[in-house]
Design a protein around this ligand. Structure first.
Ligand code: NDP
Ligand code: HSE
Length: 430
């Protein structure tokens, strides 16, 4: 066997701990595949006491995480701290400048600084690898870079956040409340350090920006992703979606059009029997549509110690065996600036839940607004209800432009007999 591949591991939480456990458990086969011994020479985090239960082997505990990047006895820094700035960014930048390979699961870092880090990697003949940053244990970046590389990618769409999918599924299947399920997802190690990144769609947007970068040969453009989260989804919406034959999922979707790329992260209704409708719990699913291959679906656990460690270790093995690749599929100099389409250019069917005073003429007011905006109604649900409470009316439209729907929503806002802000969700064909 050739010389050891020496790793410094920064961050010993859910993912860092998972990496140490899987390395210890599968050492023999991992080293056979890497073609060399994988040696964790140093580890660092904030609290040494938490590290004591981990299989650290002969790794040295280091105070001052940033110093891992400058050690002479390290070939590869594995950054599993998190955050786009601060220690994680400093460590990543310094490691690459020192010519050390960098493996990270940090989607915030890659979505924000991926291009600059990729340039530093090339300048210093190091590899930048981030398979674990998107869709946990699913090797989707590898698939885009290798197995699907012959395709013009028409669309990349999927469930990219395990925490949100876990919450939406438990709300639907068990009738549980949002906050209660979020706490459980946190306890299982699925959620980000700040869970608002999960539930407000930011984490999925980081991942979508990375996926779109690889699919379309551009640097990640996080600030142009239209982002909505799932905080406002209620049990009522989940029940109405089921009644209509749908499930609610937080989707990240990037599509290529003649005049640019559309990128959005939005909670949507998807058919209950579709692959994404059937994807439940912490599972993620990514559907890639290429011009030659058609649709390919990759599904697996999108968060948690084991699945994420699986992706981190796949990067470590690839680098240890000498593989090198352009971080975003094409050489940095070939990364293009693509036009990003505004959300208003989107069109789809819409679900609207309106809370209205149950009086004559209310529906006429609503349908007049729709008619003025050329929005055609596909179906309406109104159940009998207690006379003392407002009525819930659910409207499903035919395909409509986003701009028209936004104008209609603004007009609905002016109707005094609509007693709550309307709930609007898009419906996606997946
Ligand atoms: P955790 O919060 O479980 O672990 C973070 C680790 O980083 C802890 O060991 C913590 O130390 C350490 N740390 C935090 N701040 C500092 C600092 N300033 N200096 C030194 N060490 C620090 O996070 P995860 O393991 O869940 O996530 C790690 C990364 O992996 C993130 O980028 C995340 O987005 C990504 N990721 C996570 C997945 C998951 O399922 N959890 C899945 C895919 C990616 P201490 O505990 O001592 O405070
Ligand atoms: N918080 C993320 C999720 C972790 O729930 O999907 C995996 O990236």
């Amino acid at each position: 066997m050739s010389k050891n591949f020496r790793i410094a591991l920064a961050g010993l939480g859910t993912v860092g701990g998972g990496v140490l456990h899987v390395l210890a458990r599968n050492r023999e086969l991992i080293e056979a595949r890497a073609g060399c011994a994988i040696e964790v020479v140093a580890v660092s985090a904030r609290d040494r006491a938490k590290a004591e239960a981990l299989p650290l082997g002969n790794a040295e505990w280091v105070e001052g995480t940033a110093s891992l990047a400058t050690r002479a006895d390290v070939d590869c820094v594995v950054e599993l701290i998190g955050g786009a700035e601060g220690v994680a960014h400093e460590l990543a930048r310094t490691a690459l400048q020192q010519g050390k390979h960098l493996v990270t699961a940090n989607k915030a870092l890659i979505a924000r600084h991926g291009k600059a880090l990729a340039e530093q990697a090339v300048d210093h003949r190091a590899q930048l690898a981030f398979e674990a940053a998107v869709a946990g244990g699913i090797p989707v970046l590898h698939a885009l870079r290798t197995g699907l590389a012959g395709n013009d990618m028409l669309r990349v769409a999927g469930i990219l956040n395990g925490t949100c999918n876990y919450i939406l599924t438990a709300m639907q299947k068990e009738g549980r409340e949002f906050d209660d399920v979020l706490a459980e997802a946190q306890a299982k190690g699925y959620a980000e350090a700040d869970p608002s990144f999960d539930i407000d769609g930011i984490d999925a947007a980081h991942k979508l920006a990375i996926l779109a970068a690889l699919a379309y040969g551009m640097s990640p453009q996080m600030d142009t992703v239209h982002v909505e989260g799932i905080r406002h989804i209620t049990q009522s919406d989940i029940r109405y979606a089921c009644e209509l034959g749908y499930r609610i999922r937080l989707l990240g979707i990037a599509t290529q059009h003649k005049d640019g790329i559309a990128q959005r992260v939005v909670p949507c209704l998807v058919p209950a029997d579709s692959p994404l409708g059937l994807t439940e719990g912490v599972f993620n699913a990514v559907q890639i549509e290429g011009d030659a291959v058609g649709r390919v679906l990759l599904q697996g656990r999108g968060a948690g110690a084991g699945p994420t460690a699986s992706s981190v270790i796949s990067d470590i093995i690839a680098i240890a065996r000498g593989e090198r690749w352009p971080a975003f599929t094409v050489a940095n100099a070939a990364l293009q600036q693509r036009a990003i389409l505004p959300m208003n250019a989107h069109h789809c069917c819409f679900y609207l839940r309106l809370t209205v005073a149950d009086e004559p003429g209310v529906l006429a007011d609503v349908t007049r607004i729709f008619a003025d905006e050329a929005i055609s109604v596909r179906s309406i649900i109104q159940h009998t209800h207690d006379a003392s409470t407002p009525a819930q009316v659910v409207v499903v439209t035919h395909e409509t432009h986003e701009a028209a729907m936004q104008r209609a929503l603004a007009k609905l806002d002016g109707l005094t007999r609509i007693t709550q802000k309307p709930m609007m969700l898009r419906m996606e064909t997946v």
